[in-house]
Design a protein around this ligand. Structure first.
Ligand code: AMP
Ligand code: MG
Length: 417
């Protein structure tokens, strides 16, 4: 079972930076150990359990990179030459006889090079004379247009690392090695609840002071993209006893319990008290905007994260707290999120010692540069601000001001899931 160390993310400071949060998570989360073997067709997005070394070189044999004529470079002079053509090798055919000195062999892309040949002229660069000989221009480098065995990956080289979240190109590499299955960590199981007396599920009747629960569907979708097996547990009422009961029921059967709403410090925020009554809890006050306190805890041995209820705060804190926790629990190696430099088309002021995320759309400016335009409104409750934008501009703790034209770091939504 995936675990957290007993101090359940205890954090003493008054304010935690995003980097501190990520470091604490990386240091205290132990990943699931169970391994399952899946066919390649089901491997995309899974976490590789064991590293893979090349069981054969790629390409497995030396072959032509183009359609053309194979020759021995030692036969070439500084001037145009014409060689008789002595054979024809297609992709998939074997080169039966070695090339003879002063000859060329008709060859096609992917076909094995005949013994002795080391260079290929592209068919576009040659012509056939009246005698049926191929006329070769001067100046081609020895070795041109040939793909040597192992030039892509050498036999035995480490090709895929344990912890890799498999992408389509990784699956292709496993297939190129002739593997039919790969060993991956089992998916982590995440229980998701929304909390709030004002919420109803889509499909239920909605009275006027109520709103449809949207966060739960956002969280379920983000978790699914991260490869989790999700349990949709609906809405818990703002009542300590029913919250405590709902939470304890799923503990032990999941690797993570995730809630949204009810974790600020208002009178009607009962999640904190409920978790404290059945487990341990600390509030992480993160120096991040948008974002509210995030509750971290352990219930019956299962890690718990309580996200804020405002949709944008929920989204941003998911990216910085839930995402690294989920990937660590799942056993994934996590490359750091690297914001892409883009040009700001907006001005902005902020406090120091806090990281802020600005919702932006990207477009190509007249001079070809990528330009980020800020969504015109800032509320943490505006779902349209996430729907109508392409990603987040990350403004570090030291920045106090952004002016149009300044270079800023952009994180696209696609890269965050
Ligand atoms: P809370 O964190 O519970 O105080 O909620 C903050 C704001 O987010 C309130 O306006 C809630 O109505 C709203 N909210 C809370 N949970 C959800 C949810 N699951 N879907 C949409 N809005 C929510
Ligand atoms: Mg609430």
């Amino acid at each position: 079972m995936a675990q957290l160390s007993d101090d359940c993310f205890a954090f003493g400071g008054p304010m935690m930076s995003v980097d501190e949060a990520v470091a604490i998570i990386a240091g205290r989360v132990t990943s699931v150990q169970d391994v399952e073997t899946v066919p390649l067709a089901a491997a995309d997005g899974r976490i590789l359990a064991n590293g893979i070394s090349a069981p054969l070189p790629l390409p497995p044999f030396t072959n032509s990179a183009v359609d053309g004529y194979a020759v021995r470079s030692g036969d070439l002079s500084q001037a145009e030459q014409s060689f008789p053509v002595m054979g024809r090798i297609q992709a998939g055919a074997s080169a039966r006889e070695p090339i003879e000195p002063g000859h060329a062999v008709r060859i096609f892309t992917g076909a094995p090079m005949p013994d002795g040949a080391d260079t290929v002229f592209m068919q576009e660069d040659v012509r056939i004379d009246e005698a049926g000989r191929v006329v070769l221009p001067a100046g081609l480098k020895p070795g041109a247009n040939v793909r040597p065995a192992g030039e892509d990956i050498a036999l035995g080289a480490s090709a895929l690392a344990a912890g890799q979240r498999l992408r389509p190109q990784d699956v292709a590499l496993a297939a190129a090695f002739g593997l039919t299955h790969v060993d991956v960590r089992r998916r982590i199981r995440v229980a998701v609840f929304s909390t709030g007396d004002e919420l109803v599920s889509p499909g239920e009747p909605r009275a006027d002071p109520q709103l449809f629960d949207s966060n739960r569907f956002m969280l379920l979708a983000m978790l699914a993209r991260l490869g989790c097996e999700v349990s949709d547990l609906g809405i818990l009422r703002d009542d300590r006893a029913s919250l405590a009961q709902g939470l304890t029921q799923v503990a032990g059967r999941h690797d993570l319990i995730l809630t949204t709403g009810g974790v600020s410090t208002g009178e009607e925020d009962h999640v904190k008290a409920a978790v404290e009554s059945v487990g341990t809890l600390v509030l992480w006050r993160m120096a991040i905007k948008p974002g509210r306190p995030v509750a971290m805890g352990i219930i019956g041995g299962t890690p718990f994260i309580g996200l804020p209820g405002n949709p944008v705060a929920s989204f941003v804190t998911f990216i910085h707290v839930v995402r690294p926790t989920v990937l660590a629990l799942a056993g994934a190696v996590q490359p750091p999120l690297v914001p892409m430099p883009v040009r700001a088309a907006f001005s902005y002021r902020k406090k120091t010692a806090r990281r802020e995320y600005v919702r932006v759309t990207l477009r190509k400016a007249a001079d070809g540069a990528l330009e980020a335009t800020k969504f015109p409104r800032e509320g943490a409750g505006l779902l349209s601000s996430l729907v109508d934008t392409d990603g987040l501009v990350e403004l570090g703790e030291d920045i106090t001001q952004v002016e149009p034209g300044q270079t800023v770091g952009f994180l696209g939504y696609a890269s965050l899931m």
